[in-house]
Design a protein around this ligand. Structure first.
Ligand SMILES: [Zn+2]
Length: 491
């Protein structure tokens, strides 16, 4: 058996106007051919898929084509879109006879002028491979599943948890491959598309309504004819024509059952829509005061509006402003992604005392804030720290800048945006020594978990804000909950 494997991942935030470029993919590595399997051995979706197929006892010749991943961000630019389309088409055309394709995607990628990048990529795959070669697609659970994705693929697999376990999702694809090629199952799919968007605060699958919804999916899979159920609560910052939550059910040849279960799953999610909208975030000033009053750190302040893992730019200064204005004395660690600020501080040099305006350069959501402080360190930003699927990355030139009680890690590129303690350690900073740490994520607290005393969600504005009704939506289908009065998930 010869199986092609492709992995391309980017989650788009339409409210971050900075385009994602090929350089943003290159910062995490663009790999082609055999090196993909070496790099992803035992890790990521590719590693999980390869391991599951091996465990299934199938002798397979892998045909790895391209693997690339960029941190979530603005729409990918046209050169990036065309580069991947060309690599996919050329790679598959030169691959020789193939028995299947595994395509690991995010599922919520849009480009300049193109809402459904992954649907277009799958169209190229289908055109080259013809109608009969199985195409397995694995998606992030924040994916926006489109009709094109369903029509052009053989089976869609989704993450089973948030925080994500990408290796597990890769294994699901590998297991499905074994069932199709060895056990001769015949996947058919049904999708229920929901007129539903909710903020990110109830996205974790360990508790609350998301757990109930995902538990139902697992229970449905107890039926041996149900091959997979993928609930996909689209992330709440993708403003596209087919935007909205979805659930995909894959059965062994039973289309009616797939449709029935997809509708049941959609009904359950819809019935909990108000629970999904429950907010825990507190105002910026209250959050900072609560953290300051805590017995000990590290108190994680989740900057929900500037969640870089959700594609924002990392240029928010709202929590910094509050800490300085409120006269907080406890030590605070926070990232800032801003190339212009890095340039100014690098020019000033290590040891320099500098007064400058920081924040707000990228998204237009924040007003620059004037601060004074000392440049403690200037470094290149190549970091060997595993984050999600990537073993190392380049966050661009990086400056450690101290202002009042705050240590800022200021970088040119997003990298992991200070959401991983080892990133700070790479620059000689021990996060456990701090009372508070600002994390640019609303969900991915797992990297800090071992040193965290508590997590406070901060109700900051920005491209990732919990106030989804307040975002400038233009393209999502209307009516849609919670932007409009609407009584059915079908619209
Ligand atoms: Zn996700």
């Amino acid at each position: 058996m010869r199986i092609a494997i492709i992995h391309i991942g980017q989650e788009t935030n339409d409210f971050n106007k900075l385009p994602t470029t090929l350089a943003d993919f290159a910062a995490f590595g663009i790999y082609q051919g055999a090196e993909i399997l070496d790099r992803m051995k035992g890790a990521g979706q590719v590693g999980g898929c390869v391991d599951a197929v091996a465990d299934g006892g199938m002798a397979v010749e892998w045909v790895p084509i391209i693997s690339a991943w960029a941190m979530a961000g603005g729409r990918i630019d046209t050169p990036s879109r065309l580069f991947f389309e060309e690599r996919i088409g050329t790679g598959l055309r030169h691959a020789g006879r193939l028995d299947a394709l595994v395509f690991h995607l995010h599922g919520a990628c849009s480009a300049e002028g193109v809402d459904d990048v992954e649907g277009a990529q799958l169209a190229i795959c289908r055109a080259v491979l013809g109608p009969d070669v199985p195409i397995l697609v694995s998606l992030d659970h924040h994916a926006n599943v489109t009709q094109a994705m369903v029509d052009l693929s053989t089976a869609i697999l989704g993450h089973r948890t948030q925080p994500h376990d990408v290796y597990d999702t890769g294994r699901l694809a590998g297991d499905m491959l074994v069932r199709i090629l060895r056990d001769r199952v015949k996947p058919v799919m049904a999708m229920a598309k929901l007129r539903l968007i909710t903020h990110q605060e109830q996205y974790l699958t360990a508790a609350g309504p998301m757990k109930i919804w995902f538990d139902q999916a697992r229970a449905m899979e107890a039926d041996p004819s149900v091959l997979h159920v993928a609930p996909c609560p689209m992330q709440p910052w993708l403003d596209v024509a087919e935007g909205g939550w979805a659930v995909v059910v894959v059965t062994n040849g039973d289309k009616v059952k797939a449709e029935k279960l997809a509708a049941e799953s959609a009904d359950l999610a819809w019935s909990m829509r108000d629970d999904f909208m429950l907010k825990e975030a507190v105002s910026v000033d209250d959050a900072v005061r609560m953290a300051d009053a805590a017995d000990h750190g590290v108190v994680v302040l989740s900057d929900t509006g500037d969640t870089v893992f959700g594609g924002t730019a990392g240029d928010s200064n709202l929590i910094l402003e509050a800490i300085l204005r409120l006269g907080i004395k406890a030590r605070v660690l926070m990232p800032l992604i801003e190339a212009s600020t890095v340039a100014t501080l690098v020019a000033a040099g290590e040891g320099a005392t500098v007064t400058l305006a920081v924040g707000g350069s990228s998204t237009g959501f924040f007003k620059p804030l004037t601060i004074a402080g000392v440049v403690r360190k200037i470094a290149d930003g190549h970091v060997k720290v595993p984050v999600f699927q990537q073993p190392e990355f380049d966050q661009g030139r990086t400056v450690i800048f101290e202002t009042g009680p705050v240590t800022l890690l200021i970088s040119e590129r997003t990298g992991a945006a200070g959401n991983v303690p080892d990133v700070y350690r790479a620059f000689g900073i021990e996060p456990a020594d701090y009372k508070m740490a600002v994390l640019k994520t609303a969900s991915n607290f797992q990297f800090f978990k071992s040193i965290t005393s508590q997590v406070i969600r901060v109700d900051t504005s920005g491209p990732g804000q919990s106030n989804v009704v307040g975002l400038p939506w233009r393209r999502v289908p209307r009516p849609i909950f919670p932007l409009d009065p609407i009584s059915s998930w079908r619209g």
